[in-house]
Design a protein around this ligand. Structure first.
Ligand code: NAP
Length: 285
């Protein structure tokens, strides 16, 4: 019997979807991103990583039948089982660097959402990424309001030489300072070093009371129930002060659009780049 419905002719114009492997796909942030990828016709989630749910599909793990990707116990297993274009790292600081190196060794570009990596970690990843000719886009925070905080702070630092950063998060966040605070400090270091009136090393009393010195900036991390994630930078001048602050709500939704943008654009990069504005043209908006 002839087929009543003609076979679909493949559209030679449509580019193949970007194949994504997502480590941390069952987590608070990763599961929301997995759903975002499932909604994006130009992206295909081909593998997921979670130790707890290895051997299942992500759809079984998250009770969402659209998520057919198999779950593997480690990044190396997932990368060996399913070829991917972009590896997304969204696990924990202790596993992030090894996962990223495994992905670069297998030729994938990498988007890092995980916080807690140090400047030294990024230097090592940059060397590996350049050797592999691949891009790594690390965003301590994918939310648009954080991208704007970073940009406004860079403008302020050009004019105001003294600032300190305060990073607030929930009580069970294990790493400090936050990825957002580290990234902000690293960006301001490229603008200028801060010029405290009393150098921190000359503190009289408890040196730790002045916070951690990260990329030249003082960062104070608050970890208490009642906070989700907030970042604040305070600039001070004689008789005047400027505070720029970001507060996130309880859902992981604000991080999805930025992460999707990073996934779509990371292949244009080589080496490590930090901050979503690397691929977000703020000037033309
Ligand atoms: N860049 C941003 O905008 C942004 C936004 C939110 C959060 N974050 C950061 O993203 C990271 C994840 O946060 P979260 O709140 O989603 O954490 P979470 O809910 O605890 O989820 C962690 C995920 O990683 C997996 N995982 C943990 N350790 C692993 C390991 N050693 N090997 C493989 N998989 C592992 C977990 O699954 P199993 O335990 O089953 O392995 C789970 O899927 C944190 O560093 C957080 O600070 C960044």
């Amino acid at each position: 019997m002839p087929n009543a419905v003609p076979n679909a002719v493949p559209n030679a114009e449509a580019p193949a979807p970007i194949r994504v492997c997502l480590a941390g796909a069952t987590g608070w942030a990763g599961s929301e991103l997995a759903r975002g990828i499932a909604h994006a016709p130009d992206l295909a989630l081909v593998a997921a990583v979670s130790r707890t749910h290895a051997g299942r599909t992500l759809g079984d793990a998250l009770a969402d039948p659209r998520l057919a990707a198999p779950v593997y116990a480690s990044a190396a297993e997932a990368l060996d089982a399913a070829a991917c274009d972009v590896f997304v790292e969204y696990t924990k600081p202790e596993s992030a660097k090894g996962n990223v190196l495994a992905a670069l060794a297998r030729g994938a570009h990498v988007v890092i959402g995980t916080s807690g990596l140090t400047d030294a970690d990024f230097a090592a990843l940059d060397a590996a990424a350049r050797a592999a000719g691949r891009g790594v886009l690390a965003c301590g925070n994918f939310a648009l309001t954080v991208v704007l905080l970073q940009r406004f702070a860079e403008v302020a630092a050009r004019l105001i030489p003294q600032w300190e950063i305060i990073d607030y998060a929930h009580d069970d966040k294990p790493d400090a300072p936050s990825g957002t605070a580290r990234e902000l400090a690293a960006r301001l270091a490229r603008v200028r070093p801060p010029e405290p009136t009393v150098p921190v090393a000359q503190t009289v009393g408890e040196r730790d009371a002045r916070g951690a010195t990260v990329s030249g900036s003082q960062i104070h991390s608050v970890r208490l129930p009642g906070y989700v994630v907030s970042a604040e930078i305070v600039f001070g001048m004689p008789d005047q002060r400027l505070s720029i602050r970001h507060d996130s709500g309880g859902s992981a939704r604000p991080y999805v659009d930025g992460a999707l943008l990073a996934i779509r654009n990371v292949s244009t990069l080589v080496g490590v780049h930090r901050g979503l504005d690397t691929v977000l043209d703020l000037e033309r908006r």
